[in-house]
Design a protein around this ligand. Sequence first.
Ligand SMILES: [Mn+2]
Length: 243
Amino acid sequence: MTALFISDLHLDDTAPSAVDSFVRVVGAAAGSVERLYILGDLFEAWIGDDDPGEPGRAVATALHAAHLAGTTIGLQHGNRDFLLGTDFCRRAGAELLPDPHVIDLYGCAVLITHGDRLCTDDTDYLAFRDQVRSEQWQRHFLAQDLASRRDYAAQARTASRASQAGKDPDILDANQNAIEAEMRAAGVRFMIHGHTHRPAIHRFEVEGDACTRVVLGDWGTTAMALRWDSLGYKLFDVIGNPL
Ligand SMILES: [Mn+2]
């Protein structure tokens, strides 16, 4: 069994080369990787499954081909594409997973999450998150026409950039207490997440137990992904190195 974990592709129609990289990686994974996990922010923005535009179509087509080749695809929401729904997942042959979610890898219980919930020092963001994850907000948003939703998404992105630029970088990182609380609550000693774009393998102790936290990287000219098979796991550049 081989599992591949990726996140933070932030695909949109302004950077077709990133979509091409994704399609290439998924094509190489198809059939040879048994489980592909996408831990959020596959898209830079998602305004609803009824948006007919690229890159949603190209991504769904590539994922569905991998699904048909025997790769199980698990998808989590990120803070940018939290409106990805059942219709997109059906087209992509993917399963929408809850966040957080615990999976079993060779007998090791591993918690997977996008990671934004761990950034507990960023209280403005967590308040915004609560608002946009409410059913009422989402129903109201999705009832608007596509042009209005597109305008809102563009404004939200500009506001998010401005807000992040004024914050101490430490505030935007995962909080160690939140990480440990999450691991204790789930009863795991291994966690994989994305979101912060700070790829690394962190080792620490919780209640005397050795714990590991793997952070995946965002996609640019390189993309740090995690591969896990019977020999162990490694964080590597999935764009520069064939699978
Ligand atoms: Mn994110």
